[in-house]
Design a protein around this ligand. Structure first.
Ligand code: NDP
Length: 451
């Protein structure tokens, strides 16, 4: 049987574009359909614009610190529309880069929504039908709001980059990556931020000591964080939305944002009809090679709800091409993935939390928390945390947790050592870089506790 394409990719985000490009470079005839903007969540409404907003939001404290260091500087206020104009110009540029990557590698692109008609056939919203030997679903995910009265008025992270004006006040619901990152960003930009999180501590699943410090610092920086609190209902009123909370609060906020998780984009795509199995959250069920139960259909990235991070989707895309087009079956390695949460302060983490490691085996915990030189000199009370979890039996570092400015940059490098299986003694025989914050990672001599 002949097909129009060797590979048809559904979704032009980081994972889909990478797989399409690499397969095409290897000589495959490839097409890709995207019904929104090329670049996907990461580039258009996630990591990239978020990080630029983090940078924007850090200037007020940098200006205060500059004064403490003897500079005569004055903040003239923040011009949201000027920043937004530059932000969207940058996103347009990046989208162009993604389109060029595809066209210059000979990938046919369809600016259309794609559905599966069967295991080898794609039906486009333009009415066209295309056949392919292999289909790769990389359609990503989208934010979800809980079903409660008035929730339709609230925004999500998709909308935040498009607000015409910055609100004076905002309520953010949730305690995950997105809620905590935007609480810091908007607080830095001068918005009065209230955050409701239903659990006992934000950033569930991460090391308890690390998330405790992030939470303390967020509160110290001015985020009005309410733990053990959820929203019950919201309704439009003059000047915003009146919100009733489970803590008995009844307050008006100019905006309300839900950051209550994301769901895979699998609805109305003909997946189940084609025989593809979906999980409880609607995610595509795949094996270690990203293959579904239908041999010609594979899926990567957030739509599979494994580890929902851009670099992971990219690696899944590369492993897919290696497996299918280079006859080299390559499982995706999801172990010891370093990650950063761009809260203020940042958190960088790799490996097991203290709590998870204790469950696994006897451990030693090395940790130090201190006021970093740069901020202490400026009169700030900010504290940072450097923490290692060590196996008593093998001496391997099982987890590394950093809460500090620049923690994302630090954990990338510490992540190499942990991934290589470095022991505590390997850390110890590495000479300190002085004076830095991260030198503490190689100078902690005595465990603070064993468990
Ligand atoms: P998360 O799943 O991380 O967090 C969702 C939060 O919403 C949790 O605190 C959850 O509470 C809470 N929640 C869920 N349902 C409700 C509800 N009905 N009412 C109130 N609260 C609720 O999702 P995010 O949207 O923050 O992020 C999605 C994913 O995107 C992340 O897991 C991550 O993989 C990725 N991401 C990565 C970033 C990075 O690398 N820096 C940045 C942003 C996103 P509970 O804990 O109780 O379940």
């Amino acid at each position: 049987m002949t097909f129009d394409y060797d590979l048809f990719v559904i979704g032009g985000g980081s994972g889909g574009v990478r797989a399409a490009r690499v397969a095409a470079q290897g000589g495959a005839k490839v097409a890709l359909a995207e019904d929104d903007r090329y670049g996907g969540t990461c580039v258009i409404r996630g990591c990239v614009p978020k990080k630029l907003m983090v940078f924007a939001s850090e200037f007020p404290s940098a200006i205060e610190d500059a004064q403490a260091y003897g500079w005569t500087v004055h903040s003239g206020g923040f011009d949201w529309s000027a920043f937004q104009g530059k932000l969207h110009a940058e996103l347009d540029r990046l989208e162009g880069v993604y389109r060029t990557i595809l066209s210059s590698n000979g990938v046919d692109t369809y600016d259309a929504r794609a559905r599966l008609a069967d295991a080898h056939t794609i039906e486009l919203s333009t009415g066209e039908r295309k056949t392919a030997k292999h289909i790769l679903v990389a359609s990503g995910g989208q934010p979800v709001k809980p079903d409660l009265p008035g929730a339709q008025h609230a925004i999500t992270s998709n909308d935040i980059f498009h607000l015409e004006t910055l609100p004076k006040s905002i309520l953010i619901i949730g305690g995950g990556y997105i809620a905590c990152e935007f609480a810091g960003i908007l607080n830095g930009l001068g918005v009065q931020v209230t955050q409701f999180y239903r659990g006992a501590q934000i950033l569930r699943g991460f090391d308890e000591e690390a998330r405790g410090l992030v939470s303390e610092e967020m509160i110290q920086n001015g985020v009005n964080l309410h733990l053990g609190t959820n929203i019950m209902e919201m309704a439009p009123v003059d000047g915003g939305y009146r919100v009733k909370g489970t803590n008995g609060s009844d307050e008006v906020f100019e905006q309300v944002m839900f950051a209550t998780g994301r769901v895979p984009n699998t609805s109305d795509m003909g997946l189940e009809e084609a025989g593809v199995q979906l999980g409880r959250k609607g995610e595509i069920v795949v094996d270690e090679y990203s293959q579904t139960g239908v041999p010609s259909i594979y899926a990567i990235g957030d739509v599979t709800d494994r580890v929902n991070l851009t670099p992971v989707a990219i690696r899944e895309g590369m492993a897919f091409v290696e497996t299918v087009f280079n006859a080299n079956p390559t499982p995706v390695d999801h172990e010891l993935i370093p990650t950063a949460i761009f809260t203020q302060p940042e958190m960088g983490t790799v490996g097991l939390s203290e709590e998870a490691a204790r469950e696994q085996e006897p451990i030693e915990v090395y940790a130090t928390s201190f006021k970093p030189m740069q901020q202490a000199f400026a009169g700030r009370n900010d504290r940072v945390l450097m923490k290692l979890i060590v196996s008593q039996a093998t001496r391997k570092v099982l987890g590394c947790h950093i809460v500090a400015p620049g923690a994302g940059e630090m954990i990338q490098l510490a992540g190499i050592a942990v991934k290589m299986g470095a022991t505590k003694e390997d850390f110890d025989r590495t000479c300190a870089v002085h004076p830095t914050m991260s030198e503490e990672l190689v100078t902690m001599k005595t465990p603070v506790r064993t468990a």
